[in-house]
Design a protein around this ligand. Structure first.
Ligand code: PLP
Length: 557
């Protein structure tokens, strides 16, 4: 099988970040956010600044000619990368977001009120918000591919296509779930809709994720436009590509105005330049374009089929591993998936889990992944996402799964009983918590487990979960209340994170039932450090503890 042809060790060696002493143990599974860069890309950027830095197109001195030639050479490479018919069909943008904004602004300016734009629930915000803005401005209607619990059923696209459909802008692969649509089927449905309704809806593919995992052929796809960002496929940030069919780009008005995109300017009007410069106002990210050139050369030298096969083996293993864990809800599917594992803990907070993994130097992402409608429709507020690149190894997957199992076994400490409908709050009973016992734990894992147990002493208090009691500066939601009786201060707190509840319990053992003088005199930061918490917990967790501490002290004023 072609997978055998891919040497992950050789591939990974090309990425200098992984050979830095501080990153030797790093397991980087946040590739859907951005990928690491090979040495050749870093070198190309440095080389541009060292040898060729000049602004392009505007001047004709030696350096300017050299920089201009580089930009146009990379455009030819980019056309080959996407199999575009001509370099004139390639527009350099800052990234997929800017390319989508360009399309939304330019295409929608030609539409009539009531015209329709079709999107899906799995779109990244970059492929939602620009269309929403344009729909509002021009009274356009947004329609969505039918979905099941947020997951679009692309085979039912035809149900929302009609005579008023002008634009169909769909993901080429979801960053939240990895889900990759069947493009041939989308093309078929669009063809049939054109035959049935006349008109010619434009098909845009958001290939921000796709480009990292598959070779793209825009002519074979049959799309009208396609966007991607270099940083998702081992290239630099600050540079992306917009492909558009030449006849369409010629007919479209430019989006941004400025230098470079004009043929002639007078005081009241301008004549725009030719393609592709008409859409490239201002100075481009020249060093990033140089880096993109190196990236495209790098990818052209790889067996991309073998790379993808390697990624799929890892992805299957991740899904098999997580599917056996009853404590998590798996949201992604291993089939038709570009490299994303997405899941949510059945109980407890996804952020706690992310910090635990971070403590093991495993980088994953937690949140809505800029796909809020999808995550919400799936019944979650946040998911854990592990996303794969070709430099990930089977050891990465094994370590990740082992760390996840460890965390879940730690969290098997029962959840604290919910106290429903509490009219007011009572201080929690913390008498069973012994600092000596926490300090006596032999290693970090045991101490963390003990801290989770402490979190159990903090009961849920719906009555205090309101905006006035929210502690600022804590990454997880945390609420703190205070009352004073006879010069003695009593506190209660709650959080949606078990670790923060544990840290809160630690804080309360130092301040609850004490006088203001005692509280001010307590060296809580020293205790936090002595317990090794400052060293082992992530910065944001430590900040959360200090935020709670500050909030408690502020109540004394
Ligand atoms: N579309 C998808 C599917 C993405 O995953 C992303 C980024 O995560 C974007 C668009 C936006 O890309 P960028 O932030 O590089 O502009």
């Amino acid at each position: 099988m072609s997978y055998e042809k891919f040497s992950v060790a050789d591939f990974k060696r090309k990425f200098p970040l992984f050979s830095q002493p501080e990153n030797r143990e790093l397991i980087y599974l946040d590739n859907a956010a951005t990928t690491q860069k090979p040495q050749c890309v870093i070198d190309a950027i440095v080389d541009f600044y060292q040898h060729s830095n000049a602004n392009t197109h505007r001047s004709s001195h030696r350096l300017a000619r050299r920089a201009t030639a580089m930009v146009e050479r990379v455009r030819v490479q980019a056309a080959a990368f996407l199999q575009a018919a001509s370099p004139r069909e390639i527009i350099f943008c800052r990234g997929a977001t800017e390319a989508l904004n360009l399309l939304a602004n330019s295409l929608c300016s030609e539409l009539q009120p009531g015209d329709e734009i079709v999107l899906s629930t799995a779109e990244h915000h970059a492929n939602l918000v620009p269309w929403q803005m344009m729909a509002k401005k021009n009274q356009l209607t947004l329609r969505y591919v039918p979905d099941l619990a947020g997951v679009p059923e692309f085979d039912r696209l035809h149900e929302v296509l009609g005579a008023r459909t002008k634009i169909v802008s769909l993901t080429g692969g979801s960053n939240a779930l990895g889900l990759r649509p069947d493009f041939a089927d989308i093309a078929r449905q669009l063809r049939e809709a054109r035959e049935r309704f006349g008109g010619n809806p434009r098909w845009i593919v958001d290939a921000a994720q796709l480009a990292a995992h598959e070779a793209i052929d825009v002519q074979r796809l049959g799309c009208d436009f396609l966007v991607c960002s270099a940083h998702k496929f081992y290239g630099p940030t600050g540079i992306g590509l917009l492909y558009g069919r030449e006849s369409l780009l010629l007919a479209m008005p430019p989006w941004q105005g400025g230098g470079e995109m004009i043929a002639e300017v007078d005081l009241h009007q301008s004549r725009y330049g030719d393609l592709p410069h008409k859409f490239e106002a201002g100075t481009s990210s020249l060093a990033s374009i140089a880096g993109l050139g190196a990236t495209l050369e790098f990818l052209a030298g790889q067996d991309r089929v073998a790379m993808a096969a390697h990624e799929q083996v890892l992805l299957q293993k991740l899904h098999e591993g997580v599917a056996t864990l009853p404590q998590v809800r798996l949201l992604s599917q291993p089939q038709h998936n570009l490299g994303v594992l997405a899941f949510a803990p059945v109980s407890g907070s996804a952020t706690d889990l992310m910090h635990w993994l971070d403590g093991r130097d495993i980088a994953v992402r937690v949140g809505h992944h800029c796909a809020q409608p999808l995550i919400r429709a799936a019944g979650e507020s946040a998911t854990v996402r592990a996303s794969i690149a070709a430099y990930n190894t089977m050891e990465d997957v094994d370590h990740f799964l082992a760390a996840l199992r460890d965390y879940l076994s730690l969290s098997e400490v029962e959840e604290s009983p919910a106290v429903q409908g509490l009219p007011d709050w009572q201080p929690d009973d913390l008498s069973a918590l012994q600092l000596e016992r926490l300090a006596a734990q032999r290693n970090w894992q045991d101490r963390y487990r003990e801290l989770m147990r402490w979190g159990k002493a903090i009961t849920e208090k719906p009555a205090i979960r309101c905006p006035e009691n929210l502690v600022q500066g804590c990454e997880s939601a945390a609420w703190l209340v205070h009352r004073e009786a006879g010069g003695v201060h009593f506190f209660a707190l709650d959080s949606d994170s078990r670790v923060v509840r544990g840290l809160g319990a630690l804080l309360l053992t130092q301040i609850d039932g004490k006088t203001a003088g005692d509280i001010r005199a307590a060296d809580i930061e020293a205790l936090f450090t002595d317990l090794g918490l400052a060293r082992h917990l992530s910065e944001s967790r430590s900040n959360g503890f200090y935020a709670l501490m500050r909030a408690a002290v502020e109540t004394l004023q």
